[in-house]
Design a protein. Structure first.
Length: 156
């Protein structure tokens, strides 16, 4: 990995949606489930608006020095009764633009999410990555995450 690139992490804006979708589509799984078109399907904007209205969810982007979006992630804080009433942070949709990978951006974003979850009173942070994303699993393990669950999916 190269030296960490300087980034700014800020709340995502509606005009960031196209860049976020492009990053979500930029891998073997995303190519099959995302639609990168101009204009984007309205469903992406409806989902973004729903995220903006959810008080415990933050969609953030990482920008470089020119304010170009180079990464994104979603952090949800889920209150719960288990673990003595502990809230948990759930990190989703971590992506770094292809031409900005291996520059420390993903690590900076995940460390930001961990810190933000702690500030919001979470006692643990969880994330999910597809079993085929072996590189992502190594990345998260390097940051201290440990395999702990068996995930299951039911698609409609």
């Amino acid at each position: 990995m190269h030296a960490a690139s300087p980034i700014t992490i800020r709340p995502a804006r509606r005009d960031d949606v196209a860049a976020i979708v492009a990053m979500l589509a930029d891998d073997h799984l995303g190519r099959g489930r995302e639609v990168v078109a101009d204009p984007l399907p309205e469903s992406y904007y409806a989902a973004f608006d729903a995220l903006q209205g959810a008080p415990h969810i933050q969609m953030v982007v990482a920008t470089d020095g020119s304010d170009a979006v180079v990464g994104c992630l979603q952090l949800a804080v889920l209150p719960g009764l288990s673990s003595q009433g502990a809230s948990r942070g759930i990190i989703e949709d971590v992506r770094v633009a292809g031409d900005h990978r291996s520059q420390g951006i993903g690590e900076q974003m995940v460390r930001w999410a961990i810190s933000e979850a702690q500030v919001q009173g979470c006692k643990l942070v969880e994330l999910f990555t597809h079993q085929s994303r072996v590189d992502a699993q190594r990345f998260y393990a390097r940051l201290g995450f440990q395999p702990s669950h068996v995930g299951m999916t039911l698609r409609f």
